[in-house]
Write a protein that binds this ligand. Sequence first.
Ligand code: ZN
Length: 229
Amino acid sequence: MILGAQQGETAIGRWALGSPYCEGVVCQDCGDPAASTRLGDVVVCDRCCDVRIAEYTGLPRLPDPPPPFLVRGPDGRDHRLRFKIWRAPTGVEVQLDEMGLPVGEGYRFAVLGDHDADIEDLVARVRSLAEYEVGRLYLEPARHREGWVLRDDEVAGQLVWNDQAGDGRPYSVVIDGRTLSWQELGTALESYEGWRFRLVIEDSIEDVRRGADIIELPVGDDRLGPPGG
Ligand SMILES: [Zn+2]
């Protein structure tokens, strides 16, 4: 069990999301050993989570995710990406996470659609987003030292929890699917002394909703208990 559940967890109202921040937990409903979704106080597998939410909200069950697929970057590295489809209070989210890496590392993409969105469309959108992003690199190896330099005058990535620091900060960054410390990012910028820069923070999820309906799902409601129980 990886004890990352609390630190990386994003609470949306009281309907919290889990995966993939906790892994290797047994599903409370079906015993699946790979449960990763935190729903209120329980950890369940994606399918059981969806069963609970569908029973509570009356919304249709979501389809099983497509199989993982491989994307090769321009540097020849292969990235195996795994789908996750789940219903958040704000809509249906289709995620892609890179497999075979520690929790929170590697590439990660997500698209958020309406509660009645065409799931195949969301799957196609997040897939093309992943292929586009994996297809462009921001860093290249430094020639005369260890570490990285910028290929061009732009860099983008994701801020992630820093396991090396007691309180997780300053965050590390994932750029080109690689985790760098804040220090390493700073070193990658060393040729730009005196230049101006602009730091823009963006949502981690591409929101493609037409509306913004939010479903209330109060934790502690009896109906959120095990199905049929
Ligand atoms: Zn389950």
